[in-house]
Design a protein around this ligand. Sequence first.
Ligand code: A2P
Length: 358
Amino acid sequence: MTEVLDPPAQAAPQPRVNRRLPAHPVVAIVGATGAVGIELIESLTARDFPVAQLKLLASARSAGMRLPFRGREIIVEELTEDSFAGVDVAFFSAGSGISRKFAPIAVQAGAVVVDNSSAFRMAPEVPLVVPEVNATALEAHDGIIANPNCVAAILTVALAPLAAAQRIRRLNVATYQAASGAGAAAMEELRQATGAYLEGRPFEQKVLPHPYAFNFFSHNAEVDPLSGYNGEEEKVVAETRRIMGRPDLPVGITCIRVPVLRAHGMAVTVEFEDALSVDEARRALVAAPGVRLVDDREANHFPMPVEASGQEDVLVGRLREDLGDPSGRSLALFVVGDQLLKGAALNAVQIAEALIGR
Ligand code: A2P
């Protein structure tokens, strides 16, 4: 008699966690006292995010400090391994080391982590999300969602509508990056250095490596001695490719730190597969979410940090044909966005909104 065997057990496909958030989540902010942390608190208020309860976490140095939220004061607590009990969503903005150690602990405790550090941005199982560009990447995650590098977030908001109108073949980007990207202490150093310069006093830089008042310099991230590119440039290239779903997109880049407090600028040239006219590009940008076209040739009025600071929209303008490409397939543009908002806090809150289904 032939023995009938059960068919070999198939390895059951591992369901990925598909965590959404409750309509009124308990929210924690790790790094609440930092430049991005403060903006996270502001963005939750500005966007009327349905916070059931807010927990503010920072280092032991800040424990006991009070920060305002919706007419009340919340006492900052020291971040510990027990901080995440009952938390539904935790925004992390206290650097990669803290994220690496505490994000898995938060997930274990049942929270969804929206991480503003670079710790998990290139991990294949962690979606890297700009909601206007690739919100569908949020459909499956294992509890951690990465918030992109500030330049990559602002740049991709401006590029997505153009890429939808015509496939991009190649990019070249030169950035003009504000102090806020290096944290609250760098912003304060810019203020102090400028005051000292104007009063003719000597000033010793402690946060950034070069004189900052009335000066600019190559981005302070470490430089790879072989390639000559710095860590910021490497992040922008890798993350822009990932967010846009174009892993091989050629991107040339130079990142510069300029003496501006909180809005990053970028001069971008885009080569398309086929020509996209300036008018077509304008129409695509006007219709795009999160973009404001600022492109008045007559008044010589284009995107500026003073007009982008404190604004949710990314400003895009100076649209023109790139004369460096005689084929006529390239456009030049200038983009400015608030580094602390679309470049960090706002994008993180928008991710959480998408997880609620708002
Ligand atoms: P603290 O103010 O207590 O040092 P920024 O990017 O503006 O420099 O802010 C960094 C944020 O990360 C701050 O809120 C800072 O808190 C927080 N942070 C730094 N180190 C730690 C730590 N070891 N544990 C918790 N939070 C930390």
